[in-house]
Design a protein around this ligand. Structure first.
Ligand code: ATP
Length: 258
């Protein structure tokens, strides 16, 4: 099980400062929800941890080792896997082929080993077993998200970086996907979960970090943030028109976010 930490990160896109002095620690086998409105910096943080953005200042640490600036393929080999926003599957390839692509660079090639890895993913997402020979582009949004996460899981990651996995999914599927995320962390994977669906994310997370304008404004136990009206009201932003109806009994601030 691995600890992931970032320390004083600053990330810029030319004149835009996307992250400013961001520090957090994700405990081994925990889920840390990264919350915030559009443009708050969630994607930039995940991409920086994954080696796709280079910070101008600050460090990324895996179990205390400085991994700042290492290329993405090396970080992937070390067990840091990003599931990008929008899934980015190969629509014309089958589910099985998409999952195999996740093994690129791992050295796992024998049919037996590949099958074993894919079997493990199907144990995590049983809906994928029957879908293995189907083209990924023909699957439902929820199944496509499972393939996208599965493509990272075939590598048996130490750190899983999930960028908006609930985007565009029906509430039932959001619950299913996030419940699986919770189980993965219980199995020892350290998860950073960027979500606009704040209430759903906080329910499956141990810790919640709220970003605003590229800076951390709250970093607390998820349960505390879930019940903190002020946090939701000030930092989580307004509801989007396409957002699903909120469950009853949630604090008003989180209802806004839903
Ligand atoms: P979203 O939920 O919309 O993806 P986010 O919280 O993930 O938002 P980021 O995508 O990390 O936020 O964006 C943080 C800031 O960086 C925003 O001001 C955004 O406009 C800017 N930004 C992101 N990517 C780029 C880029 N490639 N070039 C210039 N600015 C960028």
């Amino acid at each position: 099980m691995s600890t992931l930490a970032v320390d004083g990160l600053e990330v810029r896109y030319a004149a835009v400062r996307a992250l400013r002095d961001v520090s957090l620690t994700a405990a081994p086998g925990s889920v840390t929800a990264l919350l915030g409105a559009n443009g708050a910096g969630k994607t930039s943080l995940l991409r920086t941890v994954a080696g796709l953005n280079r910070p101008t200042v600050g460090r990324v640490l895996l179990d205390g080792d400085d991994i700042t600036g290492l290329p993405a393929h090396r970080l992937a080999r070390m067990g840091i896997c990003l599931v990008p926003e929008g899934r980015q599957l190969f629509a014309e390839l089958t589910v099985a082929e998409n999952l195999r692509l996740g093994l690129h660079g791992t050295g796992i090639r024998s049919e037996r080993d590949v099958t074993e890895r894919i079997d493990t993913v199907c144990a995590t997402f049983p809906a994928l077993r029957e879908a293995l020979p189907r083209r990924a582009g023909l699957l439902s949004g929820g199944q496509q998200q499972m393939v996208a996460i599965g493509r990272a899981l075939v590598r048996r990651p130490r750190v899983l970086l999930l960028d908006e996995p609930s985007l565009g999914l029906a509430p039932r599927l959001v619950t299913e996907i996030l419940a699986t995320v919770g189980r993965l962390s219980a199995d020892g994977v350290t998860v950073l979960l960027a979500e606009q669906n704040a209430a759903a994310a906080l329910r499956c997370a141990h810790r919640g970090v709220v970003l605003r304008g590229g800076a951390v404004v709250r970093d607390e136990a998820a349960a505390a943030l879930l019940h903190d009206d002020e946090v939701s009201h000030h930092y989580l932003g307004a509801a989007t028109p396409s957002a699903p109806a909120p469950p009853r009994g949630l604090p008003s601030i989180l209802r806004e976010e839903l």
